[in-house]
Ligand binder design. Structure first.
Ligand code: RTP
Ligand code: MG
Length: 137
């Protein structure tokens, strides 16, 4: 069974749609195997998004990710990585398909409600970044 990492970003936590977003996962065959709320430090956000460190949006992305608490979860299910990306919708909510999390809950490309691992390899790295083995059931 595949696992992936989800982050409910500060905009969605501030809006009070954590439960609605977790319901999207649970209603679509993704089991919540671990979840917790935390405040990222700047170093956490820089390390987590290190692949983007040369991109023009990197500083804004880091500042946004530390602007309030996030909810990180391990989601488990068949094709969990791809399924989560489908449920999330396109990075830019204006391009996200109707009924996706970003179409329904995101403000713009910066404050876009959720993160999801983009490959099985990155899912393993990202899960290890946030969770000890004993926190995952
Ligand atoms: P994420 O990593 O957060 O799940 O999002 P993603 O795979 O759909 O998009 P990615 O290309 O990995 O970009 C990471 C986050 O950076 C912000 N971004 N801003 N202004 C821009 O052109 C731009 N491009 C990306 C978004 O918040 C995106 O989620
Ligand atoms: Mg990404």
């Amino acid at each position: 069974m595949e696992q992936t990492l989800s982050i409910i970003k500060p905009d969605a936590v501030a809006k009070g749609v954590v439960g609605k977003i977790l319901d999207r996962f649970e209603s679509n065959g993704l089991r919540v195997a671990a979840t917790k709320m935390l405040q990222l430090s700047r170093k956490d956000a820089q390390d987590f998004y290190a692949v983007h460190k040369e991109r023009p949006f990197f500083t804004d992305l880091v500042e946004f990710m530390v602007s309030g608490p996030v909810v990180v979860s391990v989601l488990e299910g068949e094709n969990a990585v791809a399924k989560n990306r489908d449920l999330m919708g396109a990075t830019n909510p204006q391009e996200a398909a109707a009924g996706t999390i970003r179409a329904d809950f995101a403000e713009n490309i910066d404050a876009n409600a959720v993160h999801g691992s983009d490959s099985l390899e990155n899912a393993e790295i990202e899960i290890r970044f946030f969770f000890a083995q004993r926190e995952i059931s």
